[in-house]
Design a protein around this ligand. Structure first.
Ligand SMILES: NC(=O)c1ccc[n+]([C@@H]2O[C@H](COP(=O)([O-])OP(=O)(O)OC[C@H]3O[C@@H](n4cnc5c(N)ncnc54)[C@H](OP(=O)(O)O)[C@@H]3O)[C@@H](O)[C@H]2O)c1
Length: 328
């Protein structure tokens, strides 16, 4: 195998062009070798725009290319499982967009398809690779804010088009699947636990049928509560606060740090009765590049990716619990 992983991209998805393809092209161990689209002409235009040398007019042909080592799958959510499994059947490792699957059962099926072939699968939650997340996690693990009591996490934006795949229930759209999944993920990551219970309220669109706004709560075994909210119909918001017994951490741009220039972690602690506030400046590298480099390095070094599909299955279980609660 080459020392640079040769990536193939399934579809002309916007997130590929905007973030992930340029990030792989800047990575130290990968190249974007080909793209496959259902429409060859659309694929050609996309390949020109993104500077990709090879174009296929079907996903099957891309997967069959022996000169591709790994597939990046940014299809609509409801197609993540089907096409990741087809890629595994074609012998390819897959970095799949979030959420990994439509539900936990499908995520388990995906993991089996990859494990049985000795192939790697990872969910493209790039935010976890950002230094601010690592800084916050280290502060928590060192006990800086004490025992975690509450996590508040929000992510939402006003959707621009009623034709967006995010509003398609057939393609597993919905606010929780699209942006709320980050809030669930950061709550699980910061507590290091899986939720025992969930409560949720949602507004399901009369036309779309998907949750266009959702607010939920997760209860963790160590006693932490997570309040999460997401929306397609509300003013733009991304935010996370982790409140402990004697301190709190605020992340102003926890999920899309790439959209701003400077990132600081806000830390308040009460030390021996005295309150202290600090801003911790962290570097702001491209988290998409860090994620792509980790996945490519995992293939090259024959090691698991930093975040395993087991984590994605537990993540999908938490999402399933929130949907079940919202539909009650
Ligand atoms: N990590 C992040 O920062 C981030 C950000 C945004 C989105 N995402 C994730 O990335 C994925 C794609 O999101 P996006 O907004 O980039 O998608 P998008 O622009 O709507 O693109 C989806 C692509 O899927 C292909 N496709 C195949 N079957 C389709 C169908 N039935 N309907 C519509 N498209 C179909 C199309 O490509 P062809 O016509 O070329 O085949 C289309 O261009 C989602 O899973 C989303 O959650 C992640």
């Amino acid at each position: 195998m080459n020392q640079r992983i040769r990536w193939g991209v399934i579809s002309t998805a916007r997130i590929g062009a905007k973030a992930v393809i340029p990030a792989i092209q800047k990575s130290n161990n990968g190249i974007v070798a080909a793209v496959g689209s259902r429409d060859l002409e659309k694929g050609r235009t996309f390949a020109n725009h993104c500077n990709i040398p090879k174009v296929y007019g079907s996903y099957e042909d891309l997967i069959a290319d022996p000169e591709i080592d790994a597939i990046y799958n940014p299809l609509p959510n409801g197609l993540h499982g089907e096409w990741s499994i087809k890629a595994a059947e074609g012998g390819k490792h897959v970095l799949c967009e979030k959420p990994l699957a439509s539900d936990a059962a499908e995520a388990e099926k995906m993991m089996r398809a990859f494990n049985s072939r000795g192939l790697l699968l990872a969910e493209a939650f790039m935010y976890r690779f950002h230094p601010q997340i690592q800084a916050a996690k280290t502060l928590i693990d060192e006990g800086s804010i004490g025992k975690i009591h509450l996590i508040k996490a929000s992510f939402g934006f006003p959707i621009k088009s009623e034709d967006d795949v995010r509003l398609s229930s057939a393609l597993a759209g919905g606010g929780l699947m699209d942006v709320g999944c980050y809030c669930v993920n950061i709550s699980r990551y910061m507590t290091g636990e899986e939720p025992l219970e969930a409560r949720a309220f949602a507004e399901f669109g009369a036309d779309s049928g998907v949750d266009e706004r959702l607010a939920g709560m997760l209860v963790f075994p160590g006693g932490a509560f997570a309040q999460i909210d997401c929306s397609f119909r509300t003013y733009y918001q991304q935010f996370c606060e982790i409140r402990g017994s004697h301190g709190r951490i605020v992340l102003e741009y926890p999920f899309r740090a790439d959209l701003v220039k400077e990132i600081v972690v806000h830390l308040w602690v009460n030390h021996e009765g005295k309150d202290d506030y600090r801003q911790i400046a962290v570097e702001n590298p491209n988290p998409y590049t860090l994620m792509a480099e980790d996945f490519a390095d995992a293939i090259l070094s024959n090691r698991p990716p930093r975040f395993s599909p087991d984590d994605s299955i537990a993540q999908m279980r938490a999402i399933d619990m929130l949907y079940a609660a919202a539909r009650e």
